[in-house]
Write a protein that binds this ligand. Structure first.
Ligand code: TRP
Length: 345
């Protein structure tokens, strides 16, 4: 009777951009909503992961809540029982299984993780924590506890997924069947399709990804931007001097980016949007269409966000945490029995 499990971690972040929204949050929510009949959908907030690098701990609680509110405003149906929304630290099995897995993980294995290398180089020795080093093991526990088969992974997470498969296979071959092995990265991409991970580009430099770390913020639209401010950002987006609208990412990256943004805002196909504007010479008129649409989107989104009922969110979190704890604790017990911490009968 158990359904296959799709699992995804929703990182707690402030200042989400429309790139995060259309490239990450929205596709995930659409996927969850359309597949909730056939699959159990686990969407969790990896709060234990949030301070592997230094953060302001005074705001962590509000960030966690705010993230859940954004998902609700983006359309996550809180009343759908097939979708579980939970906080990692509220299910203590994550921490407990991590320790067991730690003791079967090689130092060399973790040392090879490119994300660790990248992040620790940025931080330097004094600020690089054992938590950052160890975090792929926690991520493996996040996945294995729920017998999850499907985990949407971006390129930066592929190595961690491969590690999850390795450690699960290692334990299974030593102790017998303890864990369900998640599908490999290529299978994940097949399952989730190519739509995931689409990248909106910076409005000022459309050759690079729109990123919240951009210093000036001029090329980036944040979900919290005032609609008029976002309108201005679109109107001053960098384009080209061809005076001919076309989807040509190499020679007209700015115009192409705006075409893509418009398609996303309208929920229309890119082909339709291109067909509507192709050949037009007045970039200003086209930009105004995009800017108006953007302002309307932000106005509506922000209205939904303030209307989110926090009590409903807390109720959803609590009921999901109860449901998923049962699954997680059953897996933890299998692992504890395997390594001899609990008796088998
Ligand atoms: N590491 C993921 C990220 O940086 C978040 C995450 C934590 C996650 N645990 C996970 C994603 C388990 C999928 C499965 O975005």
């Amino acid at each position: 009777m158990t359904k296959p499990v799709i699992l995804t971690g929703l990182r707690a972040n402030s200042d989400l951009t429309i790139g995060n929204y259309f490239g990450g949050i929205k596709p995930m929510i659409d996927m969850a909503t359309t597949r909730a009949d056939e699959y159990d959908i686990n969407m969790f907030i990896p709060d234990l992961h949030s301070f592997t690098t230094p953060i302001d701990h005074g705001t962590l609680q509000s960030q966690i809540l705010n993230n859940a509110r954004i998902y609700a405003a983006a359309g996550l149906p809180l009343n759908n029982e097939g979708i579980r929304l939970y906080r990692q630290s509220y299910v203590s099995a994550h921490s407990e299984l991590t320790w067991i897995l730690d003791c079967f993980t090689g130092m060399g294995e973790m040392n090879r993780m490119t994300q660790f290398k990248d992040k620790s180089t940025g931080l330097g020795d004094a600020r690089t924590t054992v938590g950052l080093f160890n975090y792929p093991v926690l991520m493996a526990a996040d996945i294995l506890l729920y017998n999850a088969q499907y985990v949407p992974v971006g390129d930066d997470q592929t190595q961690h997924l491969e590690f999850t498969r390795d450690i699960a296979e290692r334990i299974n071959s030593k102790f017998g069947d303890v864990f369900v092995i998640p599908e490999s990265a290529p299978k994940q991409h097949e399952f989730f399709g190519k739509g995931q991970g689409l990248r909106i580009k910076d409005l000022q430099d459309p050759t690079k990804k729109m990123s919240k770390s951009d210093e000036s913020g001029k090329g980036v639209v944040f979900l919290g931007d005032a609609p008029e401010a976002a309108h201005k950002k679109i109107m001053s987006a960098a384009t080209d001097d061809k005076a001919f609208i076309d989807l040509d990412r190499t020679n007209q990256p700015g115009i192409s980016n705006l075409l893509e943004i418009l398609a996303l805002l309208r929920g229309a196909s890119l082909d339709d949007v291109v067909a509507e504007f192709k050949g037009q010479a007045k970039y200003g008129d086209f930009k105004k269409v995009v800017a108006d649409e953007m302002a309307a989107f932000l106005t509506a989104f922000q209205q939904r966000l303030v209307a989110v009922d926090d009590q409903q969110i807390y109720a959803k979190l609590a009921s999901s945490e109860k449901t998923v704890s049962e699954v997680a604790n059953a897996t933890l017990l299998r692992a504890q029995q395997a390594v001899g911490l609990r008796s088998k009968d």
